[in-house]
Write a new protein. Structure first.
Length: 219
């Protein structure tokens, strides 16, 4: 995971906990929120991994028992290795495979959280998160005005919070920080939307950012 990508994910975690008191927050407050968030995510991912391991053990037990209880194996002498048997119905196996896929997703998430936790301690990652947060704090009215202007009549307070926060981070980078390439900022905003928000979020966010880019002569 690249440093800037990690910074954006951490910024999204930070933004998810910001309230209307953002103007009162100091750099230290931002750092403490990030650290607490990472700890909560790490603890949650650890618990999910434990649950995932338990599910895998259940699936293994199901397969072992299914094989052992097959009539062809019940007739075999004790101590002799079981013969492989035909799998159960496709519906049964599909359910088990879906469980495994869910476990894999949880494992990947846990690994990403662990990586974020490590990256969070790096000064360049943390500094960029704080830069995004401070820039939004100093320009929050202008940023939200851009979102409101291009949201096709939606009240900004009624937007999905995750979408709003992803837009805030991207617009801050586009208009005020201006360090990363425009395409990278947009692409990673869309990746955050795919990862954390609804199925329709990517198209919505892409449309808003395209208008922001044109409006501010960034294209």
């Amino acid at each position: 995971m690249q440093a800037r990508r990690a910074s954006r994910e951490l910024a999204l975690i930070l933004f998810s906990q910001l309230d209307k008191k953002i103007l009162e927050y100091s750099d230290k407050d931002f750092e403490e929120i990030i650290l607490k968030s990472i700890r909560v995510l790490s603890n949650n991912s650890t618990e999910e991994l434990k649950t995932a391991v338990g599910s895998l053990i259940d699936i293994k037990d199901f397969i072992d028992n299914y094989e052992a209880d097959d009539p062809s194996n019940l007739e075999r002498p004790i101590g002799v290795k079981n013969k492989p048997v035909q799998i159960p119905t496709t519906a049964d196996m599909t359910e088990k495979i879906d469980t495994v896929l869910d476990i894999v997703e949880k494992t990947i998430f846990a690994l990403e959280v662990a990586e974020l936790a490590v990256l969070e301690s790096q000064s360049d990652v943390k500094d960029y998160v704080i830069e995004i947060a401070k820039s939004f704090k100093n320009n929050h009215e202008k940023v939200d005005e851009q979102i409101q202007k291009f949201s096709k009549g939606w009240d900004i307070n009624r937007l999905v919070k995750m979408d709003k926060d992803i837009l805030r981070i991207a617009i801050v980078e586009l208009l005020f920080i201006k360090e990363a390439p425009m395409k990278v900022i947009v692409d990673e905003a869309l990746e955050l939307a795919k990862k954390y928000s609804t199925d329709d979020s990517s198209a919505f966010i892409n449309g808003i950012l395209a208008k922001v880019i044109i409006e501010n002569g960034l294209d």
